[in-house]
Design a binder for this molecule. Sequence first.
Ligand SMILES: Nc1ncnc2c1ncn2[C@@H]1O[C@H](COP(=O)(O)OP(=O)(O)O)[C@@H](O)[C@H]1O
Ligand SMILES: [Mg+2]
Length: 350
Amino acid sequence: MPTPQELLEALRQVKYPGFSRDIVAFGMVKDIAVGGAGVTVQLAPSTDNPDIIAQIRRGVVEVLGPLVQVPVEVVIQRPAAAGIRPHPEVPGVRYVVAVASGKGGVGKSTVAVNLALALNAIGQRVGVLDADVYGPSIPLMLGIEERPRSTEEKRLIPVSRYGLKVISMGLLIPEGHAVVWRGPMVDKLLTEFIKNVEWGELDVLVVDLPPGTGDAQLTMVQKAPLSGGIIVTTPQDVALLDVRRGIKMFEEVHVPVLGVIENMSYHICRRCGHRAEIFSHGGGARMAEQFGIPFLGEIPLLQEICTGGDHGSPFVLAHPEHPQSRALIAVAEKVIARLEEQERRRLTLH
Ligand SMILES: Nc1ncnc2c1ncn2[C@@H]1O[C@H](COP(=O)(O)OP(=O)(O)O)[C@@H](O)[C@H]1O
Ligand SMILES: [Mg+2]
């Protein structure tokens, strides 16, 4: 009879449905008991989706059955109720909101920065955590060159800029140095950053995630104390397919999706104000409706948004009276309303 350790190794062949990672790497195998009459595997999947659980269960039996030649019992430990997470375990921080996108270049960081400033404009105390380890762009967008200092206890002190408290990987690595991140470092990074930074008192901590919704992003958000996720997309069909994956990623880890923002939705001509629909816009709204998640708003392609980002002077600050800035403030209000609604629901359910 193989040992539990050998069986655990064998279980690495069971992939988590939809991801290239296996259930062992995801930390779902909690116990393997080997007895003469049978083998019992305790699994704690992060989802309560019955299809996914059934697939994992089948995978385990298929892999272990031939090895042990006794019945294999799979016991599923129930995850915490869907959609309900403990209050972020970060002292002083009320809500932690992650901004995700299916791929790079859709304006995720632009949205994260302008949303943070819009939240600040409506009176929230806001922090920004640039967790895009592969392409941290928040310092450039906010025009930050200063390096964060640390306390005697080696906790990082965020850099203050435009009323926001900011920490970015880009501020910690010397310029021009590429960092090769090993999987386990990336896994822990988000949680470490959320917990080991002196955020002080914050209403909202906005997290700019690395682009994509694959294994790296999933493992990052899996353990982090997130209150909600926002998905940024562009209107093209391909991007909308990515939204599905984004929603799935948050659902897998029980992070409520606060909504979808469609960026570069249409183009407004600077000279004549003509509005051109470059891609058939409105897909974000349709997609949100189809998935039963809120549509938070659409942001046009605007030259001022692009130049502002490149020059460290974000749009919402540089053009506070612009209708689009006001639209972003409306998005910020929706985000807060959603977070509060969720909080009320959590309190009444407990
Ligand atoms: N609504 C917009 N209008 C004009 N330019 C935009 C808009 N949103 C993003 N951009 C520009 O597109 C580029 C990519 O945006 P960025 O926020 O860095 O994307 P991501 O973080 O998704 O990779 C940047 O140069 C940015 O200034
Ligand atoms: Mg970015």
